[in-house]
Design a protein around this ligand. Structure first.
Ligand SMILES: Nc1ncnc2c1ncn2[C@@H]1O[C@H](COP(=O)(O)OP(=O)(O)OP(=O)(O)O)[C@@H](O)[C@H]1O
Length: 461
């Protein structure tokens, strides 16, 4: 079993040596330093299960070290050592998050007991995090719904790429679920027990983004009052999700390229090279090929990032998913907001199916939340929908509701016939021009062509 690691900060030589010997004999790996400053430097360089610090030290006292450790990792356990008669300061330290304190002169048995108690607490805490992550894993993949053929293909791809450790880029309009895909990949990968760190490159100003990604050393620039870990360091062993990567400035693109190629970087103002064991997932709603052609995005970085592309279709191209997602969000919000709304009328659903959803799944989710909050009765009906969506009623009615006869129907046959009618109608309207027909139906040209092929419809252009 791996030895548990303890960092000791104590200026008194005798005490430091005694403690080091005592805890090493107990089977712990001990690193001992003489003051708070040295301890902070060691803490940044390595991972420790426990920090034991003296309260009063010449350079960087125990409280300063405690705050530093808690800032860097709130879950890290710290024990404070205090001189005779300074119990008040020890209590003060516990208010700042110290786990326990040991008074001097120290009794060996009490030290051993306090340390083992603190470490059992730490491993319990870690176990909880792993448990929570496992739960999250199941929840996260389950949370992403999709019944359309294109989403089924995407789920297959996610399963295949999750274990591969390759860089993946997710393309899709805003609100199509790119972040959900990134989460599903991470939580189905071997890195699932390590962090998934998202960064929205489009939302953070350029001058802050560099320090956000790579961290900085104290004094690297005005306002850098202490060392700070960047997201790459926080993601060690895990995954970083670079959302809106197309918005990254050219100078940062160069730095990112280096991390990808060499798996190394330095903090701003730092001299030490840090190894990055981090998987990169990226996403964008831009056409990166176009950005490369227009010299907004580096070609070499594009090829490094575009290893496995996943294209998330817009919601309007995932017919069957609209109704299923609408119902799913209805259940979710009704439960969350303790409302009795249970149903969306067929006319309302028909409208939802024909609205083009520029904001994709996020827009649908927000709409259903609003409807649930405002609704007094059980059913969401046509009149409850906002006008901009309700105006799609005409098309919905043209397509019309069917009456199922006593003897039943052949569902697949009828749906195919229905699809065929719509496609033929669109082709007729567009004079047989596929591009125009695809536009009329809010479909990709390739999707339209596939459907025509499947339904044996021949068209000219
Ligand atoms: N297939 C899906 N099933 C259930 N919920 C979904 C699905 N896709 C997206 N959502 C929900 O829609 C919302 C938007 O999804 P997400 O943030 O992943 O989109 P995005 O493409 O990353 O958006 P942006 O480009 O604006 O960052 C989230 O609340 C998410 O939970």
């Amino acid at each position: 079993m791996k030895k548990q690691k303890i960092l000791i900060a104590e200026d008194d030589d005798l005490n430091r040596n005694n403690l080091t010997e005592l805890l090493s004999l107990e089977g712990y790996e001990v690193h001992a330093v003489e003051n708070g400053k040295e301890a902070m430097a060691s803490f940044v360089e390595d991972k420790y299960d426990l920090v034991i610090t003296d309260l009063k030290m010449p350079q960087g006292d125990g409280l300063e070290l405690l705050k530093f450790v808690k800032d860097m990792n709130p879950d890290n356990i710290v024990i404070m050592m205090t001189g005779f008669g300074t119990v008040d300061s020890a209590v003060e330290a516990m208010k700042f998050g110290a786990f326990d304190y040991i008074s001097k002169p120290m009794k060996d048995d009490l030290v051993k007991l306090t340390v083992s108690r603190a470490l059992s607490f730490a491993s319990l805490q870690e176990e909880n995090v792993t448990l929570r992550d496992n739960l999250r894993e199941k929840y996260d993949f389950g949370k992403m719904l999709g019944y359309s053929e294109c989403m089924k293909t995407i789920f297959d791809t996610i399963e295949k790429v999750a274990k591969s450790d390759s860089t993946v880029i997710i393309y899709g309009e805003s609100g199509t679920g790119k972040e959900l895909v990134a989460r599903a990949i991470h939580f189905n990968s071997d890195r699932k027990n390590f962090p998934l760190i998202p960064v929205n490159c489009g939302a953070i100003p350029e001058e802050l983004l560099e320090s956000e990604l790579f961290g900085h050393e104290k004094g690297a620039f005005t306002g850098a009052i202490r060392n700070r870990l960047g997201r790459f360091e926080l993601a060690q062993g895990g995954t970083i999700f670079l959302n809106e990567i197309g918005d990254m400035s050219p100078s940062l693109q160069v730095k990112l390229l280096r991390v990808i190629q060499e798996k190394q970087f330095e903090r701003i103002g730092g001299v030490k090279t840090i190894n990055a064991d981090v998987r990169i997932l990226a996403a964008t709603n831009q056409n990166l090929e176009e950005a490369v052609a227009e010299k907004r995005f580096r070609e070499d970085l594009y090829y490094r990032i575009n290893v496995i592309p996943i294209h998330l279709p817009a919601l309007r191209e995932r017919g069957p998913d609209i109704a299923i997602l609408a119902n799913h969000f209805l259940q979710k919000f009704a439960q969350m907001k303790k409302k009795e709304v249970t149903h969306i009328s067929p006319e309302a659903i028909a409208c939802l199916l024909h609205y083009p959803w520029p904001g994709n799944v996020r827009e649908l989710e927000n709409l259903i939340e609003m409807l649930v909050v405002l609704k007094e009765g059980n059913d969401i009906v046509l009149e409850d929908l906002p006008l901009k969506i309700r105006q799609f009623k005409r098309e919905a009615q043209t397509i019309g509701a069917i009456q199922i006869p006593e003897e039943g129907i052949d569902f697949n046959e009828l749906v195919s016939q229905f699809e065929k009618d719509i496609l033929l109608n669109a082709l007729e309207k567009s004079g047989g021009v596929k591009n125009r027909a695809a536009k009329l139906l809010n479909l990709n040209r390739t999707t339209l062509v596939e459907k025509l092929k499947r339904l044996n419809i021949s068209a000219e252009a």
